[in-house]
Design a protein around this ligand. Structure first.
Ligand code: PMP
Length: 362
């Protein structure tokens, strides 16, 4: 092909999603497959959302790109102003907007590694230098080293809290003292995709910190706890001046009417969220105990997934589990070659996972 691409795009590799269930069924001749690879909600979405989806809004009408109703609902939910919100087709898209608006050649961005892949991916496309600071051996962000890496050219520091794929979290004291030390020309993005699953009492309450720091932006999503991953909706919350500068980059109709309405309905069903939280907590503990009893190290997790050190190549274990109809994530592409990452499923799914794992090592 003679078409010339931007140099920053030429060497990119596509995002590797968890394997689709249908593809795995076909490849291994399986009738039953469970997917514990992408940290989705195993209990689906609120019944009210499911009911709404039986009879959704008409498709021929463009959505309200401004998402006025959802904006009002989320602003009330978080106790922020409506002009502090930026909606995206998943928080993935908000990451893209931020990189596009802020990063470019001659600038750099600081992030932990391994962490969520999309920070690096989008920053690279903008031709920005990537400064990766390894997690500590326990899987924590090394905030001191991240601070030390910041210089005049730094534009964004990414903090994935809790971190994907390790599951570790940064506590209130550590985050507060980090914010105090970050120079005010540097945007701190606190990616809180799994916030609704957090059990730790000292997890930072970042929303009120927006009043002190105009260089803080928080990412949240409806894809995880709210069970709307397939509808693609997430958002950023930040200072209104920053939001108003980034907002023009947003395509006019980036989030759909269905997603906006489903998100509003999902937010209202606090009982569903509470139930999922309790079930996740109990099942996560059960899986953790199982793996630890087998002698495997499990990273501390404040999320709906566990990173397990299986003491051999994660891709091999991933393949072997897949043959038995259990799709997890190999730690190899995630930067933890001796690990697998698995979503905490329902009780039945976790029983199946445990059976498959026992079979593997028997
Ligand atoms: N941040 C983190 C840490 C994630 O794990 C994910 C999903 N894998 C996202 C952001 C993006 O989620 P979404 O685009 O579905 O909102």
């Amino acid at each position: 092909m003679k078409v010339k691409l931007k140099p920053t795009v030429d060497h990119l590799t596509p995002y590797e999603p968890g394997r689709p269930m249908e593809a795995v069924k076909a490849e291994y001749g399986l009738t039953e497959v469970i997917k514990l690879a992408s940290n989705e909600n195993p209990y689906g979405a609120s019944k009210d959302v499911e009911q709404f989806l039986q009879n959704p809004s008409p498709s021929q009408i463009y959505p309200d790109g401004h998402a006025a109703s959802l904006r009002k609902t989320v602003a009330e939910h978080l106790d922020v102003q409506e002009d502090q919100l930026l909606f995206g087709a998943g928080s993935d898209e908000v990451i893209l907007f931020l990189c596009r608006a802020i990063l470019g050649p001659g600038t750099n961005t600081v992030m932990a590694t391994p962490s969520f892949s999309q920070y690096k991916h989008n920053a690279s496309i903008e031709g920005c230098e990537i400064i990766e600071v390894p997690l500590t051996s326990s899987g924590d962000h090394d905030l001191e080293r991240m601070l030390a890496a910041i210089n005049e050219e730094t534009r964004i520091v990414w903090v994935c809290n809790p971190n994907n794929p390790s599951g570790n979290y940064i506590n209130q004291d550590m985050f507060s003292s980090f914010m105090k030390k970050v120079p005010d020309h540097v945007l701190v993005v606190s990616d809180e995709a799994y916030v609704e699953y957090v059990e730790a009492q000292d997890y930072p309450d970042t929303i009120p910190m927006l009043e002190t720091y105009d260089n803080l932006l928080i990412l949240r999503t409806f894809s995880k706890m709210y069970g709307l991953a397939g509808l693609r909706i997430g958002y950023g919350v930040g200072h209104r001046d920053l939001i108003s500068k980034v907002e023009p980059l947003r395509p006019p109709f980036n989030t759909t009417t269905i997603a906006q309405q489903a998100a509003m309905i999902a937010l209202a069903d606090t009982e569903f969220v509470q139930q999922c939280y309790e079930k996740n907590r109990a099942e996560k503990q059960r899986l953790r105990s199982y793996f630890e009893e087998q002698g495997y190290n499990v990273y501390p997790s404040e999320t709906n997934f566990l990173l397990v050190n299986v003491q051999k190549n994660g891709s091999e274990v991933f393949q072997e589990l897949m043959k038995q109809g259990v799709i997890v994530r190999s730690g190899v592409p995630l930067g933890f070659p001796e690990c697998i990452r698995l979503t905490v499923g329902s009780k039945e799914e976790n029983d199946t996972l445990i059976r498959a794992f026992n079979h593997l090592y028997s």
